[in-house]
Write a protein that binds this ligand. Sequence first.
Ligand code: SAM
Length: 358
Amino acid sequence: MSICLGLRVQSHFYTQRPKTEWGSKSLHFGLEIRFIVPCEVARDFRKGRVRRIGVDVIRAERSEDDIHSTLRALQSRNRQPKRWLGQHYMVNEQVNSAMVQLVGIQPGDLILEIGPGTGSLTKFLVEAGAHIIAVEKDRDMAALVAERFAHTDQVEVVHEDFVKWSVSSQINEALEQRYRASTTLKRAKVIANLPFNITTQVVKKLLPLGNTFSHVVLLLQDEAAIRLVDASPDCNEYRPISLLVNFFSVPEYRFSVGRDSFFPQPRVDAGVVSFALKRTSEYPPVASPKAFFTLVNSAFTRKRKMLRNSLQHLHSSESVQSALSSVGLPETSRPDELTLDQFVALHNALTANCSSSI
Ligand SMILES: C[S@@+](CC[C@H](N)C(=O)[O-])C[C@H]1O[C@@H](n2cnc3c(N)ncnc32)[C@H](O)[C@@H]1O
């Protein structure tokens, strides 16, 4: 049994207008309580057993038609959803519509969709006038979606595993063909209701492609969505991927999606995150992002250790100590105490030390 008590409080009810956030706590017997609290309180809750689930929420306001058309599409091919491919289909059209609005499509825009499934999200993209390259790993679903949109040349279905697909060359080639005559450098956009198990791989693959894509809108497992956007060192889940996300993009948690918006229902809720991708020229100033992330990853391999110890295989502990103090940080700093900007400053100080000692 799942009971949901909901209370919506607008920010203008507060004297200091905080950015409001939803919180939720799961109790025994499947009872779930949802409540709204200011950010600061939500952060404290997150450190305990209560977790934030978003700034807004879309719960199951699906029409019976949404679910029936999905079931019909699956039955037409005698298909059962494959959980190992993350096949939890969206049966709430409000969510698809809200996601497409977030992408901000102009007619003719090139959109990459990962995992179109039955094509319920693709339909909204077609209606918005986009040209869609839809990459689907499941042969049957690729055939189904190609058949569904055979009447239009707006949809190109690619039967591939997105994780292995050479996204950058394929999309750059498509951009080149579409905008050959154009004087402005147009970029593509990405949208996906992602299989939860490939989230990290997809994020790592797409976010560094800011010269190819301008925006990425992803529907993810809610916990993962929250973790990805939170780049504050005081967050329990502070990890290299939080730094990567904020190095390459400006992320924003948009809204939560209840698990009852999917068929079959996953065990967890979902959340939508948008990433505004930075072009290379907008990255934080480091000589080489690759070398920067080698430092970050090494620092986090032993998260509880002091940097002067965990970075020893890259730099002597004396150089780490002197680099830390040259950027105003304690010599005893640990990786989970440094913000992205402080990591950048440390990296640059270490690089400068290395070049001056050559
Ligand atoms: C969560 S379902 C979403 C389907 C549809 N977009 C929707 O919203 O109902 C995920 C889809 O991604 C496909 N998929 C799973 N792994 C994939 C991969 N590595 N590359 C491309 N597609 C994949 C699944 O077959 C499935 O169709």
